[in-house]
Design a binder for this molecule. Structure first.
Ligand code: ZN
Length: 246
């Protein structure tokens, strides 16, 4: 690990047209990111080629399947198509290697982890929250906090599954007093500053718009920005740095 105490990375899923607003905020605060963009999404519009190029010039683009479909609903051939074809299509569009993948809906099995690896991706980003350890799971990149106000119950459920964080009882109390995500981030950052580690913020621009969270998002980016104890990386840079230190 470098001498910086915290590695900060962010990721933004689904390629919704309002991702340009997230990109503008990230530029303003000099925070790096990976945007996971499906080719199509039956639920939400996906940005056009010009918008994708614009973001790809400044940030990493990662694969998020062709049709934004949950892999656990597919047989092996269909899952393989969704994973390997989104890589090929994005590479053809952008003329650069696509190294990062993100599981739609956070759904995957060991079969899908293997398919992602065989397709040539370095890792699959999960939707597992509350990970702050620089220790990686094989071929998976977990997250810390979502730009969304999750319930105490959801956070506790993530915490129970999480072997890297503090004991559950301690966290039950912790989430009660840190209900909104900027407050939760502030407290989490203070914890990581003491121990060193990884801070991975993720979200969806359609969700930030839907719940009116743009002000909160800017507050958080401001909180993270221009800190000499932090290194700001995209997901693949973060993965490579942590892998080299395992
Ligand atoms: Zn998604």
């Amino acid at each position: 690990m470098e001498n910086k105490k915290i590695i900060v990375t962010t990721s933004w899923d689904d390629g919704y047209p309002l991702d340009y607003k997230i990109a503008e905020l990230l530029d303003k605060y000099k925070i790096n990111a990976t945007f996971y963009v499906p080719i199509r999404n039956p639920e939400y519009p996906v940005m056009d080629a010009a918008a994708l190029n614009n973001i790809a010039n400044r940030f990493e683009i990662g694969g998020h399947t062709v049709n934004h479909i949950y892999l656990n609903t597919l047989n092996k051939d269909a899952a393989n198509y969704e994973i390997s074809e989104c890589k090929t299509m994005l590479q053809n569009r952008l003329g650069k290697e696509i190294e990062a993948f993100c599981y739609p809906g956070g759904k995957y099995s060991q079969r899908d982890i293997d398919l992602v690896r065989q397709a040539g991706f370095l890792f699959g980003r999960t939707t597992r929250l509350l990970h702050t350890s620089p220790k990686l799971h094989p071929h998976l990149l977990d997250t810390t906090i979502q730009a969304y106000n999750h319930s105490n119950a959801v956070l506790t459920a993530h915490c129970v599954k999480n072997t890297f964080l503090l004991p559950v009882i301690q966290n039950l109390f912790f989430y009660k007093t840190n209900k909104n995500f900027p407050k939760l981030i502030e407290t989490t950052i203070n914890r990581i500053l003491a121990t060193g580690g990884l801070f991975h913020l993720w979200g969806h621009s359609w969700e930030i718009e839907q719940y009116g969270l743009w002000k909160e998002l800017e507050m958080v980016l401001k909180m993270l920005a221009f800190n000499s104890e932090m290194t700001y990386l995209n997901n693949t840079e973060c993965w490579k740095l942590l892998s080299a230190n395992q």
